[in-house]
Write a protein that binds this ligand. Structure first.
Ligand code: GLU
Length: 315
């Protein structure tokens, strides 16, 4: 249950809030452009729109296409960061920064003048560092990521979309350039091809809004998985992941998102978004039409409507 913003004594059911938001945000469906850099993403219908909420009390609410699996793309960077922080913690922060980049997520320019130390773990270069930690720390790094995501979502059917993974590899010239540049600067321990292989697979993970909200619920619940009560991360690490989402999670639109929506979130070019209202709930949205910054057009609007309706912002 969430308190309505209209009156603190009045409580509104999450499901009805979600339905109202869905109805209102539906008018934006059709806006934006679906990612076209690989065919498997280019053909996803722009009309898709789903939302899911998992609250820390275990209650769930879904609306629209919330059970349909989509390509999580860069949202996977949250899960690879979690695994890398578990494996390395302090040492990780010598290899990757914690500042917004102010540059496109796949930029090479900044990496060059900052000598191979990526600005943050949510741009591609930074994610190559977290993926590298997972490659070094696991015999089967792809399965390690998949197993973590499946366990977090409580859904063993979650899988890589092999067509997407293969397409990412075929079109992955910029990612290959970034990984090679990191290696040339001594900031990649494993082989470039091994890091890229795992990175392309993690981007291809297909899951639904419900899966995603469940998987992100520990971020809303001080590091404890809502469904199982299992500790996923310490409170400190959880706060840090949320802080990075708030400052670096939405490409070049973090400032505007903080201004209009006001909660930590991570987006992906598949049109998915995972937003966290700390202490309360994880919210997942999917709609594939992207705005000029690469975030889901409808997703941003829906999250703005949702946080406004329940009167929440972390600021
Ligand atoms: N697979 C994409 C890339 O690495 C991820 C893009 C994204 O969602 O930000 O270019």
């Amino acid at each position: 249950m969430v308190k309505s913003s209209s009156s603190s004594s009045e409580t509104a059911d999450v499901q009805s809030v979600l339905e109202a938001v869905y109805k209102s945000a539906k008018r934006f469906v059709g806006r934006g452009k679906v990612a076209t850099y690989i065919p498997a993403l280019a053909r996803v219908p722009k009309e898709k729109f789903g939302m899911a909420v998992v609250a820390v009390d275990g209650s769930e609410a879904v609306v629209g296409d919330a059970e349909e699996a989509f390509s999580i793309q860069s949202i996977s960077k949250v899960f690879s960061l979690l695994l890398a922080m578990r494996l390395r913690d302090q040492e990780l922060w010598k290899r990757v920064g914690r500042e917004p980049s102010g540059n496109p997520f796949n930029s090479l320019v900044q990496l060059e003048y900052e000598k191979g130390v990526p600005r943050n773990p949510f741009i591609n270069a930074g994610a190559h560092i977290t993926t590298d930690c997972i490659v070094v720390g696991n015999d089967d790094p792809k399965q390690a990521i998949l197993a973590e995501v499946r366990a977090l979502a409580g859904n063993p059917a979650i899988d890589f979309d092999m067509e997407v993974a293969e397409s990412e590899r075929e079109h992955g010239y910029r990612n290959a350039a970034i990984a090679n540049f990191l290696k040339a600067n001594g900031n990649l321990e494993s082989e470039v091809d091994d890091v890229l292989d795992v990175y392309f697979h993690q981007c291809s993970i297909a899951m639904s809004c419900r899966d995603l909200a469940r998987a992100g619920s520990f971020l809303a619940n001080r590091g404890v998985d809502v469904a199982t009560g299992r500790r996923i991360a310490t409170e400190r690490k959880t706060r840090r992941i949320n802080a990075l989402m708030a400052t670096c999670g939405l490409y070049d639109a973090v400032g505007s998102f903080a201004f209009h929506v006001g909660v930590p979130a991570k987006s992906g070019v598949g049109g998915g978004m995972l937003a966290i209202i700390p202490g309360e709930m994880a919210v997942a949205v999917w709609s594939p039409g992207l705005d000029a910054q690469g975030n889901s057009y409808v997703g941003v609007k829906a999250l703005e409507l949702f946080t406004a309706k329940i009167g929440r912002s972390i600021y």
